[in-house]
Design a protein around this ligand. Structure first.
Ligand code: PLP
Length: 415
């Protein structure tokens, strides 16, 4: 693909240069058309059986974007009290929130109980704690189906090497603890990891979870987690999108077998995060310095690892487009290392990448930044987190989160 932002008219009636002038650099920019398209795709993933999609808000928790997810008919999952509170502010009613915490306090579980939020417990100890707080209550448990998958070992959340979920051999104890507190286990869930383009391991895990499901009697819901992949190499290698049509057909076959054998139809759910907002977000930053070291070219931008953590944390790849005077440039390709403005040698967005010639004052446009971008950003080096802007369906730019101020940075200190 020659240029993604050009092919989809990402900036609508605006251009990258004007956006940075108005909202400052760096800047997260989202495209509402793309986002709504992807949310619709997710919402209609399974049509044959009762099905809901829980958007996993850790991927992007901007309030305006959550409201779009609500409008598109998605429910949500939350990992923390903060995420639950935010979802309620966005307008999600308790029945549309599924709380999937890991290692949380009595107070945090109590908050969920007080607000009637369906909660999944991911260890025997947490189930026991929940039972103490809410005896006779209804809850779910997170199970480990024995198969994990993901783009990096740090995001594989099932299988033998993970802190998450309850394994097959702990089910007897699980039932004992549930019985001790008279808890009714009405749902089970899994999440095997993040970002798979090949659905085979996911479908394997679904089969395993459904086998475990049979030990629970009749369940109200079974949630298979998220992880649907996004083609991060779409410009550099013409990588194709996740094949949802093929996936849906294979997924439904697995569900067919379960329904036939188990003799009932629960509500099925999946829990994608990344897919919802990833492609609909880019991160713009200014190139402030170009230099050479030992014959290698470095383009120094204001896109620090504090505002896009994925490359330094996971070695993740993001395609980058170069914009000059508001236009994508594609000429004079050469190898360049694109870096940020943080005081770490690992502050690299793209290492020795073949890109069109980058000059000082150009804009680096980092693609597929809409998921696990802003939501993982920090103020490391006392840097301000950027603003977030939405290019609405009418093509205009709307500020949906202002840039941090220095007052924000200093607010929590005792002076
Ligand atoms: C419990 C749970 N569900 C869903 C997700 C979403 O995964 P993804 O963004 O890969 O779709 C995650 C991500 O870590 C998760 O931990």
């Amino acid at each position: 693909m020659e240029s993604f932002v050009r092919s989809v008219n990402f900036f609508g009636n605006c251009d990258a240069e004007r956006l940075l002038e108005e909202f400052g650099s760096p800047l997260y920019v989202y495209n509402e058309d793309i986002i709504r398209g992807n949310l619709k795709r997710l919402a209609g993933l399974i049509t044959k059986y009762p099905y809901t999609t829980n958007y996993s808000i850790k991927a992007n928790s901007n309030l305006s974007l959550l409201k779009i997810a609500l409008e598109e008919g998605l429910n949500c999952d939350a990992m923390s009290e903060g995420e639950i509170r935010l979802l309620m502010k966005a307008g999600f009613t308790p029945d549309r929130i599924f709380y999937v915490p890991n290692n949380v306090s009595r107070e945090e579980l109590q908050f969920a109980v007080d607000n009637n939020i369906m909660t999944s417990l991911d260890s025997i100890d947490q189930l026991d704690l929940y039972g103490q707080i809410n005896p006779g209550g209804r809850c779910a448990v997170r199970l480990n189906p024995g198969v994990g998958a993901g783009h990096h070992e740090k995001v594989i959340t099932a299988g033998k090497n993970t802190k998450f979920a309850i394994t097959d051999d702990q089910l007897d104890t699980l039932f004992e603890v549930a019985a001790k507190h008279d808890l009714k286990i009405v749902g089970i869930n899994q999440h095997i990891g993040s970002l798979f383009m090949n659905p085979t391991p996911f479908l394997e895990s679904v089969k395993n979870l459904l086998t475990m499901a049979k030990r629970f009697g009749k369940l109200e819901f079974i949630d298979f987690g998220g992880g649907y992949g996004v083609p991060y190499h779409k410009v550099s290698e013409d990588e194709k999108p996740f094949d949802f049509d093929r996936f849906e057909a294979e997924f439904e076959k697995v569900l067919d077998s379960f329904v036939e054998e188990a003799g009932y139809v629960p509500l099925f759910k999946t829990e994608p995060g990344r897919y919802a907002f990833c492609e609909g977000g880019v991160l713009l930053g200014r190139v402030y310095a170009v230099k050479y070291n030992a014959g290698r070219k470095y383009a120094g931008t204001d896109i620090g690892m504090n505002i896009l953590t994925r490359p330094s944390l996971y070695g993740s790849w993001h395609d980058i487009e170069v914009i000059r005077n508001g236009k994508v440039v594609t000429d004079n390709p050469e190898y360049v290392t694109v870096t940020g403005n943080i005081c770490e040698s690992g502050d690299i967005i793209a290492k020795e990448r073949l890109l069109p010639e980058i000059r000082t004052n150009d804009i680096a446009c980092v693609l597929d930044a809409g998921a696990y971008g802003y939501s993982m950003a920090s103020n490391y080096n006392m840097r301000l987190r950027p603003a977030e802007v939405l290019i609405t369906c009418s093509g205009d730019a709307k500020l949906i989160r202002r840039r941090d101020t220095y007052e924000d940075l200093f607010r929590n200190f005792e002076f």
